[in-house]
Design a protein around this ligand. Structure first.
Ligand SMILES: *[C@@H]1O[C@H](CO)[C@@H](O)[C@H](O)[C@H]1NC(C)=O
Ligand SMILES: *[C@@H]1O[C@H](CO)[C@@H](O)[C@H](O)[C@H]1NC(C)=O
Ligand SMILES: *[C@@H]1O[C@H](CO)[C@@H](O)[C@H](O)[C@H]1NC(C)=O
Ligand SMILES: *[C@@H]1O[C@H](CO)[C@@H](O)[C@H](O)[C@H]1NC(C)=O
Length: 388
């Protein structure tokens, strides 16, 4: 009797162990298969896109040697999806290498977007992609090297901003607006950049501006003029109200960012982080306030020589205010912006109230209608926010 019970007990335990190990085995197998499929899918999606384009391929050894084994002394900066290094090819040509950090799914998507987009674009005010490097799990983009870094190094630096004349400032503004016009309507595609900001404007030997970083850009087909996303990605201070609140983006959201950038160039101050002893507005609000008081020129009072070119400076401020108007349909297109900036005899409309014209309750708080936290701080890289 006792022996039979013991036997039964043994049997059930054996069955239990068998069942458990079977289930575990199946789970592990399922997991392995699904991750394998995922990996292959990622790889396939990537391969197809790269096959479509004619882009020179760089060997890993060439890039490794050029960047001295990706040494930290050659690091130029850290972007949205990886580190950027400076390199020198054996020919003496200088390059900038953007290396995608491994296991970055989001980064891979941005990388693909950048490869697909920028390879098809050519304009003197867009940064030029020389090629890419895809070996093993390495994903790298190789650009022409920009010796004068990005615009934010100049305009926000007390000393360096005095090195460039107002004429050069104005040429930089014109260059950016022509580059953006090309993206919006002059290339064969209609492209929304979505992350236009001072640190994404690179400067070449002669301080010609080049728009860079197309990782967040979107292509519009045919008659499409607007799109919507649930994943609002961009940089604080540059995003338009309809994009932040509803996730809607269009050429007019880029125009908003351009307007902010233009005010930053004229004033030498950052929109996000702007402080004034008289009020709690950001730079846009500050400019709007001065405009209504007939003191718009004071927006630019940091640049001494500006009094000589008063009309040009005022024109820039007025165009900037037109670009940052609250309603997208009130904002001009980049084609009008280029005309308004370059032709002194064109009469400009009166700007209406800008977007985000709300006074901050306290200096350090967020003006945006968000409860969510952002991943990174003010402008250095990218803030990811979910639209409500
Ligand atoms: C590596 O770089 C050095 C200079 O830094 C150069 O002399 C050498 O030829 C390069 N080697 C290869 C394989 O490119
Ligand atoms: C790069 O690393 C390899 C092997 O790790 C080494 O042989 C080579 O000397 C290094 N080159 C430089 C320029 O540091
Ligand atoms: C821009 O870069 C060139 C080449 O490196 C340099 O000669 C020039 O001084 C730089 N301009 C400024 C304003 O720093
Ligand atoms: C500038 O604008 C005026 C008035 O709209 C126009 O008559 C003139 O042709 C424009 N000049 C240029 C160079 O486009």
């Amino acid at each position: 009797m006792a022996a039979a019970e013991l036997n039964d007990n043994k049997k059930t335990r054996l069955v239990l162990i068998l069942v458990i190990s079977l289930v575990c085995g199946m789970l592990i197998l399922g997991f392995l298969i699904s991750s394998l499929i995922k990996k292959r899918e990622l790889k396939r999606a990537f391969d197809i896109d790269v096959k479509d384009i004619e882009l020179p391929m760089f060997d890993l050894t060439t890039v490794t040697n050029a960047t001295e084994n990706f040494s930290l002394t050659n690091m130029l900066g850290e972007g949205g999806f990886g580190i950027v290094y400076k390199g020198t090819l054996t020919s003496g040509q200088e390059i900038a290498v953007k290396r995608l950090s491994k296991n970055s799914g989001q980064g891979l998507q941005e990388f693909r977007c950048e490869v697909n987009l920028i390879a098809k674009l050519q304009h003197r005010n867009l940064v030029r992609l020389l090629g890419c490097c895809l070996e093993g799990d390495e994903r790298m983009l190789i650009y022409e090297y920009m010796p004068n870094k990005s615009l934010d190094h100049f305009i926000f630096d007390q000393h360096r901003k005095t090195l460039i004349t107002w004429r050069k400032h104005f040429e930089i503004v014109m260059g950016i607006s022509r580059g953006l016009l090309y993206l919006h309507q002059d290339s064969t595609l209609r492209i929304i950049h979505r992350d236009l900001k001072s640190s994404n404007i690179l400067l070449d030997n002669n301080l010609n501006p080049k728009i860079s970083d197309f990782g967040l850009a979107r292509i519009f087909g045919g008659d499409q003029t607007e799109s919507k996303t649930k994943r609002v990605v961009g940089t604080h201070g540059y995003m338009s109200p309809e994009y932040v609140v509803d996730g809607k983006f269009s050429v007019k959201s880029d125009v908003f960012s351009f307007g902010v950038l233009l005010l930053e160039i004229v004033s030498g101050r950052k929109n996000w982080k702007f402080h004034h002893s008289d009020h709690h507005h950001n730079l846009v609000g500050h400019a709007w306030k001065l405009w209504n008081e007939g003191r718009a020129l004071e927006v630019a009072n940091d640049i001494a020589e500006l009094l000589l070119v008063e009309s040009e400076v005022l024109r820039c401020i007025q165009v900037a205010l037109l670009c940052v108007q609250k309603l997208p349909q009130d904002r001009p297109t980049m084609a009008s912006v280029v005309v308004m900036l370059s032709n002194e005899s064109v009469t400009l409309p009166q700007p209406k109230e800008p977007g985000f014209f709300v006074e901050r309750s306290c200096d350090e708080t967020d003006t945006l209608p968000f409860e969510e936290t952002c991943l990174t701080q003010n402008g250095v890289t990218i803030s990811v926010l979910e639209a409500r």
